[in-house]
Ligand binder design. Structure first.
Ligand code: DOR
Ligand code: ZN
Ligand code: ZN
Length: 417
């Protein structure tokens, strides 16, 4: 199969070319190829997007999302590979759950699903989970996402042990004692609404702790969903010192501020919380200068019952797979001056490198994981059109550019828009 007449985003340049896929692999990229194919005139081909931070909710919370529905949302959003967090029920803390997820993903037969194992048994923060067994079963990283590992000694052991297995810890950074029930950013809008605030320090303290551990132990660490200007600064200085730290942020941290909470819309409730304008600008700066290596969704689908309650009681999270590319392209490339190759790296190349995953680049010999998008098409976010079970988005009504037309995984069309 040949993708014809497209604008192709290569590692360091954008070219007009045809791409021939054969046996699931990119066989050839050339100006003009003959044979059967799809005409992609006016469209752009990106390396299949990789989201290294999603929540698929299965096993245990199938009312919110399943591996099937989440994978469907992924390919609709242009993702060919996703890594799923272990805060399921039971938690993904054993080879049995890792294998279960992989078998469900295979059944769904949509995108590549890579399980992330829990750091501690049951994510209880007491004993390390069976890290070696999970790695052998196919886990690609470790995380306690949803919370931090409270005990610093245990976290140090986890990072050292994980590194022996060639795995990274993906750190959700939150000092729970300092958050103390806070649900939004501490600031003007927490005062205005009377909602309980949470300090930036609650996030920054743990970012700093994980970086200190990585430096002392000389192991790599990855910081999840950075939301504060001060967190960006800590990571920037750590990188300058040569510490092996990588970091991610999410579209909602560079497209929204805590002003969005003022009408008590629980779709704006997310952890870490939406911050202030100065944070939003620093996140964009961090993405541009490489302090923040990649963009993830932290896709956190919830059932309407979990959101249609008082703000304090609502679940944290945003359903992000179906809006991430358009939000990122619109904010960072169209309005932010970033290049398409840079965006492709943030959403595909960098996650592949950070977790040692296949793909991440359009080049001969790579898996034919490709995202074909119409970057000129403007559309309006409508949660009723989501295929994810989670309709929880704060972006309803927002106009964005960039509509996915085809998502190919191993050369097969898994989504057609
Ligand atoms: O907003 C969030 N939702 N943040 C997290 O850390 C967890 C996630 C979830 O699982 O819903
Ligand atoms: Zn998290
Ligand atoms: Zn998460």
């Amino acid at each position: 199969m040949i993708i014809k007449n497209a604008e192709v985003v290569l590692k360091d340049k954008v070219v007009r070319a045809d791409i021939r896929c054969e046996g699931g692999v990119i066989a050839e990229i050339a100006p003009k190829l003959s044979g059967e194919g799809i005409d992609c005139k006016g469209l752009t081909v990106l390396p299949g997007l990789i989201d290294m931070h999603v929540h698929l909710r299965e096993p245990g919370f199938e009312k919110k999302e399943t591996i099937e529905s989440g994978s469907r949302a992924a390919v609709k959003g242009g993702f060919t590979q996703i890594c799923c967090m272990p805060n399921t029920k039971p938690a993904c803390d054993s080879k049995i759950v890792v294998s279960y997820i992989l078998s469900k993903a295979k059944e769904a037969n949509l995108c590549k699903v890579r399980p992330i194992g829990a750091i501690t048994e049951g994510q209880k923060g007491e004993n390390l989970a069976a890290i070696g067994a999970m790695k052998a079963a196919g886990a690609v990283a470790l995380s306690e996402d949803g919370k931090s590992v409270l005990n610093t000694k245990l976290m140090a052991n986890a990072m050292a042990y994980a590194s022996d297995f060639g795995l990274k810890c993906l750190c959700h950074c939150e000092d729970a004692s300092l958050v103390d029930g806070g649900v939004v950013n501490e600031g003007y809008y927490s005062t205005l609404t009377g909602l309980k605030g949470s300090l930036r320090a609650a996030e920054d303290i743990v970012i700093a702790r994980e970086i200190c551990l990585a430096e002392s132990l000389n192991v790599p660490v990855h910081i999840c969903h950075v939301s504060t200007y001060s967190g960006v600064d800590i990571i920037r200085r750590a990188k300058a010192r040569g510490i092996k730290v990588t970091a991610e942020t999410c579209p909602h941290y560079f497209t929204l501020t805590d002003e969005a909470i003022k009408d008590f819309d629980t779709n704006t409730k997310v952890n870490p919380p939406l911050r202030a304008e100065k944070d939003r600008l620093a996140i964009i700066e961090g993405v541009k200068d490489g302090t923040l290596d990649c963009i993830v969704t932290d896709h956190a689908p919830h059932h309407a019952d979990d959101k249609n309650v008082e703000y304090d009681l609502a679940a944290f999270g945003i359903s992000g797979l179906e809006t991430s590319l358009a939000l990122s392209y619109t904010a960072l490339v169209k309005e932010g001056g970033m290049s398409l190759t840079e965006l492709a790296d943030k959403m595909s190349g960098a996650p592949a490198r950070i977790l040692n995953l296949e793909g991440g680049e359009i080049a001969a010999g790579m898996p034919a994981d490709l995202t074909v998008v119409d970057l000129k098409e403007e559309w309006t976010v409508d949660p009723a059109e989501f295929v994810s079970k989670g309709k929880n988005t704060p972006f309803a009504g927002r106009k964005v550019f960039g509509k996915v037309k085809y998502t190919l995984v191993d050369g097969e069309i898994k989504y057609e828009g």
